[in-house]
Write a protein that binds this ligand. Sequence first.
Ligand code: ZN
Length: 169
Amino acid sequence: MLLPILKYGAEPLRRPTHAVDFFNSELEKIARNMVETMYSAPGIGLAANQVGIELQLATIDLTVGEDSKQLIVLCNPEVVRSEGEQKSDEGCLSIPDFTETIVRPSKMTVMGQDVHGNEIEFEAEGLLARCVSHEIDHLNGVLFIDHLSPLKRNLIRNKIKKLARTGEW
Ligand code: ZN
């Protein structure tokens, strides 16, 4: 089932999410719907609060479904190590049509749980590190434009306000 993706301005995007403490068929269903929504968007990552579900749950797949082995369903993520810096253009399904250059760690070690509650730990580099960092930000109520200078952020905010006034947001 496709879930509507919330856009900038929606409250759940700004609230830190709650730890996942149930690993059952309900969680599997939420994750399945998120993956379907992410692929359909299309996007390489989706955080649960982007679809109004305030749980520490994110789905990530750099191949957008081309290679199912690349899919990561990540619950309760924690960055245990982070190093270096990378600078690249970044966008967000909740802030469509805006891209900005954002600095992210170049390499991270992430711990968390899979959809069954099993502990997982993996190393992320390059685009994967960027994506994981972006999604963990979401789960803490942080958006990529928060990494910009106040001037740039206000510019985007004002453009969005204008779009909202004309019903285009
Ligand atoms: Zn995003």
